[in-house]
Design a binder for this molecule. Structure first.
Ligand SMILES: Cc1cc2nc3c(=O)[nH]c(=O)nc-3n(C[C@H](O)[C@H](O)[C@H](O)COP(=O)(O)O)c2cc1C
Length: 293
């Protein structure tokens, strides 16, 4: 499928925007105006080998609701040869674009030089961009990152490295890694990067789907997930998500965990807020279904 890099994109949210979620909510995602979705990251560590289990989240679709939306798989790692193998596997599965995660803020990941840790090692970032662009071809590779690890001007300083590559797009979550998901997104630091960059730049961070999109596009995550709670068919979709998850997973606990993950967003909305104390303590899928009726 032709990659449309601009427009509105659904952010990857590990544990939330997973395969079954994308299938059940695909029509709602399309209706909201999204052109595509990024899949949550899949690691490419040294010695990487393809397995169906590792790639289960992005194996070609069996005709779910999300057909018509482009899916961009995302890789996390720091080893260029593992990245090459990962990209080959993605191409074998039919993908024409791969996104590199250089934004994951978790200390365990960033201290190992992966995710946002790549911002601290420009040479490693350079080699990853070289490997990814070489393997995927011009416009077949993209980067998702943050403004910096600690300071919001670090990415700006890295632009001479990034701009050397024919990236499809550079997505910038307008926070530093140490901010995690808290505090203000820094739109003016984003503007400085976007104005200087030669590659198209997509905005991400606390945006709403109705916000104006910069030329490189707009990526929206949590606000859209929360807004799904206000659809007239929210309960029906939740039930379908529960049923599909029960078919996919074994036992109550993982299904319950998955539902609670989504409901932790929905219960931030006024219409669902009063349910959260009950949802939180539900111990079975049936109990959960009763309290969300
Ligand atoms: C639970 C959770 C999981 C996430 N998983 C990923 C991921 O797999 N890959 C990635 O690049 N970003 C990930 N992110 C970051 C989001 O894609 C996005 O950059 C961030 O939430 C800011 O955008 P938003 O305010 O529109 O949600 C995750 C964020 C959250 C809260």
């Amino acid at each position: 499928m032709e990659s449309h890099v601009h427009g509105l994109w659904l952010a990857p949210l590990r544990g939330v925007t997973i395969r079954t979620f994308r299938a059940v909510f695909g029509a709602a995602i399309r209706e909201a105006g999204f052109v595509g979705m990024y899949a949550p990251f899949i690691p490419a560590n040294a010695g990487f080998r393809f397995s169906k289990r590792l790639f289960a989240d992005i194996l070609p679709d069996d005709g779910g609701d999300n057909s018509g939306l482009e899916l961009v798989p995302q890789v996390i790692g720091k080893d260029p040869s593992a990245l090459r193998e990962w990209c080959k596997a993605a191409k074998d599965l039919g993908y024409s674009r791969v996104d590199l995660n250089a934004g994951c803020p978790f200390p365990m990941i960033r201290r190992k030089g992966r995710g946002s840790g790549l911002l601290r090692t420009p040479d490693a970032l350079d080699r990853m961009l070289e490997a990814g662009c070489d393997e995927m071809g011009a416009g077949g590779f993209s980067l998702k990152t943050r403004l910096g690890l600690v300071h919001p001007d670090e990415l700006f300083g890295l632009m001479p490295v990034i701009d050397r590559y024919p990236l499809a797009v550079l997505t910038v979550h307008a926070r530093t890694a140490v901010q995690m998901y808290e505090g203000e997104a820094d739109r003016s630091a984003f503007e400085a990067v976007a104005a200087a960059a030669k590659v198209p730049v997509m905005y991400n961070g606390d945006a709403d789907i109705s916000d104006p999109a910069p030329a490189g596009g707009l990526m929206v995550g949590r606000r859209f997930i929360r807004a799904l709670a206000n659809r007239a068919d929210a309960r029906e979709l939740l039930l379908r998500y529960r049923e599909a998850s029960m078919r996919e997973l074994c036992g109550d606990a993982p299904v319950l965990g998955r539902m609670k993950e989504l409901l932790s967003y929905w219960c931030q909305e006024p219409a669902w807020r009063r349910l959260w104390p009950t949802v939180k303590i539900c111990r079975s899928v049936d109990e959960l279904a009763l309290c969300c009726r």
